[in-house]
Write a protein that binds this ligand. Structure first.
Ligand code: ZN
Length: 469
């Protein structure tokens, strides 16, 4: 498969630039981003007392407008913009997010259809302090890594199955220092006891691949025990024998059911490029959930690595099966934190709309860390409960646990409780676990001002998390 990470990486810091088509001007009390010369007025106005989010959304919107108007270069008068929100965000975080936002807003997935026009260069003016430059460099690495994750998530399933995802992962980290990639074949996974994971790919002719990325760059003993990130890597989810219906925005988007895996790969790349002094392990159980006479049947009972038996009540609730085995597998790393990231339930969309990721954890400490890490990153994460009733919903007469709930309501929490059953294999005093249901943020929505397709969220939040813990 050809190398295809081809988006523009043209990006510069400039003290002053003569050629710019987009500039920031103050108009009375408002800050408006408007265009100059070849472009007439981009009507974006940021009101006084605007939030940090408002400002970054305006940047996205301005870049989208500039692209529509076929301009080559976009410049951002950063000092001017910062003056509007300097009481709400520090210089380092501002430049990091500004740069990330500029890169992700100019992204177009163009593997099969060229965009009419690309922005050739984005110039951020007035990046003068040390902290601003540090933030700029961090943001550049995050933006790049998010776009790599978006490319992976956007690729159609016929080009990106488990094997290709494994190959792409090897390519992406080919020149990285302190990174080791391990790919477990099906027989190696069988030897490890990953039967629950393997059961999901049983119906596909494409072999499952258990992808492991080990990044060892801890600066001291304190950081030796790693952070483990686990990403759902279902490269196409037909639903299996419980075939998904053909409702718009449904089965035909299921090549993106490996977005959690893409986010893990993107976050590891961001950690490597930012030279974060931590040990991080990324695990992406990659499978295709297909239909054939070999496919797992509804009603089958499968062994898991943890020793618990699982009744498969519905073959479309497959993401939790591969995650469950990965969660147990992660124990061997003696991790400080384990976070799994998955497009797990449509019900998370029902709960939060298209606007935020649902997260679950029993650890208040980890919840607080997630909240701190998300600040100023343009991703919203909202905590949902893990009450005992949800665990009772997953009980089963024939096996230790069922992959579907007896009760219709509370889908995201039922799924999270299934995962919690396996995370209870950790000693909770030394290993904190959280689950992120990113289904609501799999694709961009109308208010995002991003190109259609994957959003790359929450790579920035996870990068901050790794940096801070
Ligand atoms: Zn499914």
């Amino acid at each position: 498969m050809e190398a295809k990470i081809s988006f523009q990486e043209n990006f510069a810091i400039s003290e002053k630039s003569k050629i710019y088509v987009g500039q920031v001007v103050r108009e009375k009390e408002n800050l408006s981003l408007s265009a100059h010369k070849s472009i007439k007025n981009i009507p974006i106005v940021i009101k006084p007392n605007c939030s940090v989010r408002d400002v970054f959304l305006a940047i996205r919107k301005a870049i989208q407008e500039v692209m529509k108007k076929k301009a080559d270069i976009f410049s951002i008068n950063s000092a001017e913009i910062y003056s509007f929100i300097s009481d709400k965000i520090n210089v380092y975080d501002f430049y990091s997010t500004l740069t990330t936002e500029a890169i992700i807003a100019s992204y177009v997935y163009d593997r099969f259809k060229k965009a009419e026009k690309y922005i050739k260069k984005i110039v951020i003016l007035d990046v003068d302090s040390e902290n601003a430059k540090k933030g700029f460099n961090k943001g550049k690495n995050i933006g790049y890594s998010m776009n790599v994750a978006r490319n992976l998530a956007n690729d159609p399933a016929q080009y990106l199955g488990p094997e290709e995802l494994a190959m792409e992962t090897e390519n992406i980290f080919k020149v990285s220092n302190n990174v080791e990639i391990k790919i477990l074949s099906e027989s190696e996974a069988r030897d490890e006891g990953l039967d629950l994971y393997l059961s999901v790919g049983e119906g596909s002719y494409r072999p499952s691949k258990f992808i492991i990325i080990e990044y060892n760059n801890a600066s001291s003993k304190q950081y030796e025990r790693p952070i483990v990130l686990i990403g759902k890597g279902v490269t196409f989810d037909s639903g299996g024998i419980n075939l998904k219906p053909s409702t718009p925005g449904g089965i035909e988007t299921m090549h993106m059911d490996m977005t959690g895996g893409a986010i893990v790969i993107g976050t590891l790349l961001s950690a490597v490029r930012n030279n974060l002094k931590k040990n991080v392990v990324g695990i992406v159980p990659a499978v295709e959930n297909a239909i054939s006479s070999k496919a797992t049947r509804p009603g089958d009972i499968v062994n898991s690595l943890s020793g618990s038996t699982v009744w498969v009540g519905n073959t479309d609730a497959e993401g939790r099966l591969i995650l469950a085995d990965a969660i147990t597998y992660a124990k061997k790393y003696d991790p400080r934190y384990v976070i799994d990231i998955a497009t797990l339930t449509g019900a998370a969309l029902v709960a939060l709309g298209e606007y935020g990721t649902a997260y679950f954890t029993d650890s208040q400490e980890l919840s607080d860390l997630i909240q701190t890490a998300q600040k100023n990153t343009m991703s919203s994460l909202w905590r949902l409960p893990l009450w005992d009733e949800f665990a009772q919903n997953m009980e089963n007469n024939l096996a230790d646990i069922s992959n579907i709930s007896k009760v219709r309501w509370g889908g995201p929490s039922n799924a999270a409780s299934f995962l919690k059953h396996f995370a209870s294999g950790y000693d909770s005093s030394i290993t904190k676990w959280a689950h992120l249901d990113i289904a609501p943020r799999m694709t961009s929505c109308a208010y995002d001002f991003l190109s259609v397709g994957a959003t790359g969220e929450p790579v920035a939040m996870l990068t901050n998390f790794i940096e801070k813990v």
